[in-house]
Design a binder for this molecule. Structure first.
Ligand SMILES: Cc1cc2nc3c(=O)[nH]c(=O)nc-3n(C[C@H](O)[C@H](O)[C@H](O)COP(=O)(O)O)c2cc1C
Length: 532
């Protein structure tokens, strides 16, 4: 984990990251409205494939009145930055996070004096959530939304903490209406309280080191502490501090930027939404639980972190990739990598890459991947396909798939209710496509190749000047897959006599021969392995 100074929090991260990557932190000082305008900036940058940390230093409300505090955005919008934060390679986050998720470290409790989040404490009538620069992200949303807040609750029995990112509409100075999807652990905790006729104490905390955010976001089996998972991600105990109004045993992160404390009154529901959801579509309005806020504590000049839902962020992708890496790895030993691309909104689509050793392993990989509830489509590729390049992915799909044999369809499956094509039911059809070549690989058409020495000795710059090249128009329809990893067997033939592999060099074509000649045993045979 890269954090700079000792206690990892948002500020230590920003300080370290900005020093090393000054161009990737952008401070916007010009006044900008919290309603829609900050989303417009993020969306334009996203279109340009630029995802810097954004710090809006001068956010104003609808009347042009400035908010006191800065708004931070896009913190988790870059895969490379997330990898930097946790100390991993951006192309191997799946295996890294799967391993880190298991490495659990118990949190430690610090005094209020040692907790920066207690620098400012507001209770009762002093609470005013409307003082924070919380964006209204999209049309038809009813107001400002908390999008990167972790809702922390404690299990009624056993007292284990649970924290997960769950959105909340700030519907007044001290009221938040929030949505807990059925099946999430906070939903279970809420139900346990309500079934016993009890109110549920809860906190929402905002802003921390991205490694803490990533680790905390990892779901566990019900009853396992998320604070411990976050500790595993940062490699040290997470610092916690007692709440102000929910009792000494209700612990919250001491180095967060902001903590909101409150209570959900048993049985209370109010309309919440619509809200811009992760598939980039507007989600429906529902009757949802309500938090009555009892206290707000924060650092001096806190950052409000507003994650732009429905736009690029990698939090969910890391979750799905690690989950698939664990599950698929149990049934396919040659699993090489997993990627949840943004074209599938970080979770609806998974690309798996395997080193296939037995026929049928493609489908054996697809089945556990589709078992992940939120995954709707899974594709499995050989390990010569770069799964991070979607042109290459589509090329493999086009050239290695026979639909009658390679497509797997599972109807009437429980998926995510937020998939707009499930028509709000979450009851949907899943599909897996095996894009691997049949075995043995040597029998499958080889990828076009040219002798490596010729490639290396023929750079385009030797023939077309840089100046001329830069003036040649870029063709928006051109797609190249020639950057793909070279098949180690490409250019070789296997002798049908002694079985050795040898390269077919220029001599073969120069002499315009119709056969090859094994340098080892002398056998002559056609280049496709037929006896003459
Ligand atoms: C940006 C973002 C927003 C989310 N919003 C919600 C939400 O409003 N409600 C919800 O139930 N889950 C939401 N989730 C998904 C939960 O965080 C996720 O299902 C989590 O794994 C639940 O963990 P748990 O069941 O272990 O507590 C969101 C996730 C992200 C990354």
């Amino acid at each position: 984990m890269n954090s700079g100074p000792k206690v990892p929090d948002l500020r230590t991260f920003l300080e370290d990251y900005e020093e090393r990557n000054p161009a990737d932190v952008v401070r916007i000082t010009r006044p900008i409205k919290s309603r829609y305008e900050t989303t417009v900036i993020a969306a334009q940058l996203e279109q340009m494939r630029r995802t810097p940390v954004l710090i809006f230093e001068n956010v104003v409300n609808d009347d042009g009145r400035p908010f006191k505090y800065p708004l931070l955005s896009f913190l988790c919008a870059s895969r490379e930055r997330m990898a930097y934060a946790v100390g991993a390679d951006p192309k191997h986050l799946a295996s890294f996070c799967a391993e880190r998720k298991q490495r659990r470290i118990k949190p430690q409790v610090v005094s209020r004096e040692a907790a920066p989040v207690k620098e400012v404490v507001k209770k009762g009538d002093e609470v005013d959530l409307l003082e924070f620069p919380v964006p209204v992200f999209h049309s038809k949303e009813p107001g400002p939304y908390i999008t990167a807040g972790f809702i922390t609750c404690y299990q009624r029995e056993g007292g284990t903490d649970n924290s997960s990112i769950q959105r909340g509409w700030i519907s007044g100075r001290n009221e938040i209406r929030f949505w807990l999807a059925p099946g999430t652990h906070n939903y279970n905790i809420l139900r346990e309280h309500e079934e016993n006729g009890e109110d549920m104490p809860m906190a929402i905390w905002i802003g921390h080191h991205p490694a803490v955010i990533a680790g905390m976001n990892f779901g566990n089996e019900y009853g396992r502490s998320h604070y411990e998972t976050a500790g595993g991600f940062i490699g040290q105990p997470l610092s916690l501090v007692p709440s102000e109004t929910l009792g000494e045993s209700f612990l919250v992160p001491s180095h967060a930027e902001i903590v909101i404390e409150g209570v959900h009154k048993c049985g209370l529901r109010k309309p919440e939404g619509p809200f811009g959801e992760f598939p980039r579509t507007l989600g429906e309005q529902r009757f949802n639980p309500v938090m009555e806020v009892t206290a707000v504590t924060h650092r001096r000049n806190p950052y409000w972190y507003g994650l732009v839902c429905g736009h690029v962020h990698w939090l969910t992708a890391l979750l799905r990739e690690a989950e698939a890496f664990e599950r698929v790895g149990k049934s396919v030993a040659g699993l090489a990598n997993v990627y949840a691309p943004m074209s599938g909104c970080g979770q609806l689509t998974l690309y798996l890459q395997i080193h296939k050793r037995s026929e049928g392993e493609g489908k054996a990989a697809l089945l556990p991947a589709l078992g992940i509830r939120q995954v709707k489509h899974a594709f499995v590729f050989d390990d010569d396909v770069n799964i991070f390049d979607e042109t290459e992915v589509l090329w493999a799909m086009a050239t290695r798939v026979q639909a009658d044999k390679d497509v797997l369809i599972v109807t009437n499956c429980l998926g995510t209710a937020l998939d707009p094509s499930s028509l709000g039911m979450g009851y949907l059809t899943k599909m897996g496509i095996d894009c691997t070549r049949p075995l043995p690989r040597s029998k499958f058409a080889e990828f076009l190749s040219i002798p490596r020495a010729v490639i290396e000795s023929t750079p385009v710059s030797n023939y077309i000047s840089q100046e001329k090249l830069e003036k040649v128009p870029v063709d928006p329809f051109c797609a190249s897959i020639s950057s793909r990893k070279e098949d180690p067997e490409a250019g070789d033939v296997t002798c049908i006599g002694c079985g050795c592999a040898f390269p077919v060099n220029s001599e073969f074509t120069r002499l315009a021969k119709s056969y090859v000649h094994c340098p080892r045993c002398g056998k002559e045979f056609s280049i496709f392995g037929k006896s003459l």
